[in-house]
Write a protein that binds this ligand. Structure first.
Ligand code: SF4
Length: 846
């Protein structure tokens, strides 16, 4: 696949050579798998689950986990055209040659992308059609608690936490290889592990529901103590900007707030926190290894972490000194103290995000949100007082028992939040982000009806009307088509498998991207496969078995039914962290046996908290807080770093290079000078952009430092931290004040390995050089037709070993040297030739 890189859009996303990527000698690898993410690189590289598993597997000698993401459709077309199968990123091994491909299923709209990746890899889609020579196709992630529509395409699913079970699975696969097990023997051995679901062992009945063998239920896997499993500190540093560009540290897993619509809050129970000391080590090593400019504390309810203030304070010291911002997503109203909010605001004022979810107290009680209006307004008033100007409020529409008054309540609440700002907030912006409710399996609302697309559009239309007169309020809403499909597949069964195949065949891909989403192929697929999608959105009878009844999240049916009843009564169930245990079934407490009997043997499964009560005392860290050394904006010296960009580094675009250098400077801990302004950024400037796919042995970039440094020591520092193909050659000191000149002439070596290419190119070049003009069509920057004379751009050409050295003259105009070479020889291609910059001249010298 890598041989086709010159033909790919964003080729860097297929390189696999990022800092901290793992490369092993394949001869020493016993079990070789790919961690597949069924969406684009920029989405998958933001997903923490893949980073955790990548690290866990690769810690083991003999096991190797690589990454693979869904390629864009234009890249897929290139692969198909060249009959090249989809391959792993790091070693370019076709997925079909691996022992297993493990997909992460994070939402239902990615299901056709799983089929897309299998098809591109040349792997039969249906598990029943795969044989001994094919890899096992495995899925994990939150969706596996009901991925029944995808079940016929998967050999195995993993329910629950993956840290412990994945190495166990790979060990069994290794034994199977050594002992020559058949595929059914391997599945049998893997299927005996707690947490493994083998869909082919469970047959569906005529109604599409799975009939479990006598008494068989698949229980989820739980890591009892988060301190017992490692966390990745050497996280792969992506090329370019992923959706979330930060070092994320999972401070806790699970949430017991008990929001009745929230699937994550049910399936990831019980709450398990990491120790603060463990987290401090992770944060220190992680920031040093990634050079990230943002640290994020991740958990389903970050504000509930029992030692949040102590953790924040100790991290704050380090982050302030290194210009790293800290983000605390998933903060609940009232879950952080004013002191903590003040510190958060002092680092960076990103917008404040809160999730009241419903506009009225009645409906908030129905969903068990546990947030009162007065708490919310107190929280926003504090935030405005501390300098926040932008607040985003998340709401749902179509919740069980919703009335028109609840829709009006959304506007009322937004207006009250705006009023809580007082007169101080001049750039006030309140955004209401509205998503339609989707009933999810394993929640108290799993039996409820989902409103139709027409109802969603009608209610959104109503909200748009009532919001329109309010200038400071903004309304955003989720696409009704996506909600409709998510609802069908979230509570789907195996009868939907042919529908997925049909929709995929009709081009339904990247369905969670609004610019890709087309409903027509889905509607046609439903019709062709005899499926009434509305039936999947209807209310379910609590007396009848559900398609996911054989999959055990640990939370009991009895508890979910009781919570449903309490919802309809409007009764709130307090968080069991601070209140009585509600016997949901997931913990072993007070001598009561957990539902997860096999795992509980010899253990006590219970919520693991750092302290019995919330720790909101300012403990340590604050006193140690060092300010950044010296004036952040002071420019002591200016340096020019000369480097090479060859091999894989040729495929990095200019914006990607900029994204690479900022973390490199943090990792080598250079005292960079920053710009002034509200968001200071490092002062870096780069040479003219090198075209993607073109190499160079003489690229430069300039930077300023705040403290005096010896330039001779710098190349070695950089070389320890640059990705493969980039190498620091030397560092020159320049006067601080002078503007960086741009080169006026550049030398390139054109490598033409094949004799026929070389002869053809030389013939065409000779006729080019014999002319005074060589005018070719070229679009203007505005995309209008135009033309350009390329002849003055070529100053000369000399034969060198393996090709030609050409000198380009950019004094009149600069265009890509590849464009000039293709003007000379339309058959010139970077697939068969190489182009490397070897020199550049400025006004006044080289
Ligand atoms: S078993 Fe009790 S303590 Fe454990 S998560 Fe459920 S309700 Fe909370």
């Amino acid at each position: 696949m890598k041989a086709l890189l010159p033909l790919f859009s964003r080729p860097s996303h297929y390189l696999g050579t990022e800092i901290n990527s793992v490369h092993k000698d394949l001869d020493t690898v016993r079990v070789h798998v790919a961690l597949a993410f069924p969406d684009l690189y920029e989405v998958g590289m933001s997903y923490l689950g893949q980073k955790i598993l990548y690290d866990i597997v690769n810690r083991h000698d003999g096991f190797y986990a690589e990454r693979v993401f869904a390629p864009t459709e234009d890249v897929a077309a290139v692969l198909r055209q060249h009959a090249t199968p989809l391959a792993s990123l790091e070693s370019d091994t076709p997925l079909g040659n691996l022992d297993a491909v493990l997909f992460s299923l994070t939402h239902e709209l990615c299901y056709t992308n799983v089929l897309y990746m299998l098809e591109l890899a040349g792997i039969p889609l249906r598990a029943a059609r795969r044989d001994q020579g094919h890899p096992l196709i495995i899925a994990g992630g939150g969706c596996t608690f009901n991925a029944e529509p995808l079940a016929p395409f998967l050999d195995l699913m993993v329910l629950g936490d993956g840290e412990e079970i994945l190495p166990e699975m790979l060990a069994i696969m290794g034994r199977g290889k050594d002992e020559g097990w058949t595929r059914p023997e391997l599945l049998k051995a893997l299927g005996e592990l707690p947490g493994i679901y083998v869909p082919s062992w469970f047959a569906p009945d005529e109604g599409g529901r799975v009939v479990a063998p006598e008494g068989a239920r698949v229980e989820k896997r739980i890591v009892l103590d988060m301190n017992d499993v490692s966390f990745p500190t050497r996280q792969v540093v992506p090329f370019g900007k992923p959706v979330h560009d930060r070092f994320s540290v999972e401070i806790a897993r699970g949430c017991t707030r008990g929001c009745r619509f929230c699937q994550a809050g049910m399936i990831y129970r019980p709450v398990r926190e990491r120790d603060v000391d463990v987290l401090r080590d992770i944060i220190g090593s992680g920031l040093a290894a990634t050079g990230s400019e943002e640290l994020s504390f991740l958990s389903l309810s970050t504000g509930d972490f029992s030692a949040l203030e102590a953790l924040f304070l100790s991290s704050y010291s380090r982050c302030r000194a290194e210009q790293v911002s800290i983000s605390l997503p998933s903060l609940r109203v009232g879950s952080v103290s004013e002191d903590l909010m003040a510190l958060m605001g002092s680092i960076r004022h990103t917008g404040l995000t809160l999730a009241p979810e419903a506009g009225t107290q009645r409906l908030r009680d129905v969903i068990n949100k546990g947030v009162t209006e007065s708490e919310l307004l107190e929280h926003t008033a504090t935030a405005f007082r501390l300098g926040w100007q932008q607040v985003k409020l998340y709401f749902m529409i179509g919740l069980p028992t919703e009335t028109p008054e609840d829709l009006d309540g959304i506007l009322d609440l937004c207006l009250k939040v705006a009023a809580s700002a007082g007169r101080g907030a001049k750039r006030l912006q309140i955004t209401a982000a509205v998503s339609p409710f989707v009933p999810k399996p394993h929640t108290p609302f799993q039996w409820e009806r989902q409103i139709s697309m027409a109802e969603i559009e009608e209610r959104i239309g109503y909200l748009r009307n009532i919001f329109r007169p309010h200038r400071k309020l903004k309304l955003k809403w989720h696409h009704s088509h996506m909600t409709f499909l998510e609802g069908v597949f979230a509570r789907g069964d195996r009868r939907l498998a042919p529908t997925l195949e049909a929709a995929f065949a009709k081009g339904a891909l990247f369905t969670s991207w609004s610019d890709h989403l087309r409903l027509e192929p889905w509607l046609e697929a439903f019709a062709e496969t005899g499926i009434d999608p509305e039936a999947y959105l209807a209310a379910r009878d609590p007396e009848l078995p559900l398609p996911w009844a054989h999959l055990d999240s640990g939370v009991s049916h009895k508890f979910l039914l009781a919570e449903r009843r309490r919802a309809l009564e409007g009764s709130v169930t307090p968080d069991c962290r601070y209140d009585a245990c509600r016997s949901c079934g997931v913990c072993t407490l007070d001598g009561r046996k957990s539902e997860l009997r096999r795992q509980a043997e010899g253990h006590e499964i219970a919520p693991v908290l750092n302290q019995a009560s919330r720790d909101q005392e300012r403990t340590d860290g604050a006193e140690e807080m060092p300010a950044p050394k010296g004036d952040l904006h002071h420019r002591e010296q200016r340096f020019r770093l000369w480097s090479t960009e060859t091999g894989p580094a040729m495929y990095l675009s200019q914006p990607e290079l900029q994204c690479i250098f900022e973390p490199v400077f943090r990792r080598v801990t250079l005292p960079l000078a920053f710009s002034s302004g509200f968001h200071p950024i490092p002062m870096l400037s780069f040479a003219r952009a090198l075209p993607v796919g073109v190499g160079s042995v003489c690229e430069w970039m300039d930077f300023f430092v705040r403290e005096h440094m010896d330039p001779r020591e710098l190349p070695a520092l950089f070389n320890a931290e640059l990705p493969l193909g980039m190498r620091a050659v030397r560092v020159d000191e320049l006067p601080c004040q002078r503007r960086a000149p741009i080169s006026v002439r550049e030398r390139y070596v054109v490598g033409l390995g094949r004799v026929e290419d070389r002869e053809r190119f030389e013939t065409r070049l000779a006729s080019f050089l014999a002319r005074k003009q060589w005018i070719v069509p070229k679009q203007t920057k505005k995309g209008e037709p135009g033309e350009v004379d390329t002849r003055p751009m070529v100053a000369g050409a000399t034969a060198v070993d393996g090709g030609l050295e050409m000198e380009f003259d950019w004094r009149g105009l600069y265009v890509s040297p590849v464009f000039v070479l293709q003007a000379i020889d339309p058959d010139f291609s970077l697939l068969t030739a190489t182009l490397t910059k070897t020199g550049q001249y400025f006004d006044g010298g080289e």
